[in-house]
Design a protein around this ligand. Structure first.
Ligand code: G1P
Length: 286
């Protein structure tokens, strides 16, 4: 059955990006002139997703306003005869069907996914973590959906991770079964390098079976006292196979200032309007 729904988790505090995230949702930080969350919504739409379930929390209202209609702004743009901008703003609010669920306690990624249970129902669904921005020709989620169609099972995105960074990611034990495709044999959340089963780290894109919800309900708190999606996936392996897709594309961790700066530079240099002038400026100052 077609994967129709994507859960985008946007409930975290963004502590790696303080102080800006004290009053500004990290998902609303700009990448050139669009907020980060817009890129992940675009990735979902371009992968064929029909409904977005956004998991938000306290002080995330700016996200809801962004995808909503603003009649006042539209009226103003109309009066100023800013036709192009007006069209862009109207399109933004009709991009896709978005619904919101609130995570009332921040108990981790597994708990955030569980919050979306009622809206997702009994079908396979995607999960997207908006900190991970992926620059690719074919949307990363679309690449994963091809693997899902082939095996009819859950799929997670992975990439090679440097040894010193293994303890920042979920790491999988895997058997290669095709070009860029693995069967997952085990998963561990943020292991120390000498405990890591491989160098394949989980990137924030998942296609999950609805059975994950039953498992999440029973998953005890793990690393960082949080309910970890990685732990639930490990438990679900007893019942169902899981696959991993080493997608083609470059991933940026925009949840940190350095990852965000690198993404900003890359996307700005590629931008048809701003790229050429920025390139010239950078050459001058370097
Ligand atoms: C989460 C997951 C982790 C995964 C990472 C990808 O961690 O728990 O398994 O590797 O996202 O970005 P977080 O970065 O939210 O701590």
């Amino acid at each position: 059955m077609k994967v129709r729904k994507a859960v985008i988790t946007a409930a975290g505090w963004g502590t790696r990006f303080l102080p800006i995230t004290k009053s500004q949702p990290k998902e609303m930080l700009p990448l050139v002139n669009k907020p980060l969350i817009h890129y992940t919504v675009d990735e979902a739409i371009n992968s064929g997703i029909e409904q977005i379930v956004l998991v938000t929390a306290i002080s995330k209202r700016a996200i809801e306003d962004y995808f909503d209609r603003s009649f006042e702004l539209e009226h103003l743009l109309e009066q100023k005869k800013e036709t192009r901008l007006l069209k862009e703003m109207q399109e933004l609010s009709t991009l896709v069907d978005v619904c919101y669920v609130r995570q009332k306690q921040q108990l981790g990624l597994g708990h955030a996914v569980l919050t979306a249970r009622d809206v997702v129902g009994e079908e396979h669904f995607a999960v997207i973590l908006p900190d991970d921005i992926i620059d690719s020709q074919v949307p990363a989620l679309k690449q994963m959906l091809a693997v899902h169609e082939q095996y009819g099972a859950g799929v997670i995105a992975v990439e090679s991770v440097a040894t010193q960074d293994l303890n920042k990611y979920g790491i999988i034990e895997a058997k290669k079964i095709g070009s860029g495709t693995y069967q997952v044999l085990g998963l561990v959340e943020k292991p120390e390098p000498d405990q890591a089963p491989s160098n394949l780290g989980i990137v924030g894109r998942y296609i999950l079976s609805p059975r994950i919800f039953d498992v999440l309900e029973k998953t005890p708190r793990g690393r960082g006292q949080e309910i970890q999606l990685t732990d639930a996936l490990q438990r679900l392996l007893d019942q169902q196979p899981l696959y991993a897709c080493e997608f083609e594309g470059k991933r940026y961790d925009t949840g940190t200032p350095m990852g965000w700066m690198k993404a900003t530079m890359t996307f700005a240099l590629k931008h048809p309007e701003y790229g050429p002038e920025l390139r010239e400026y950078l050459q001058q100052i370097l």
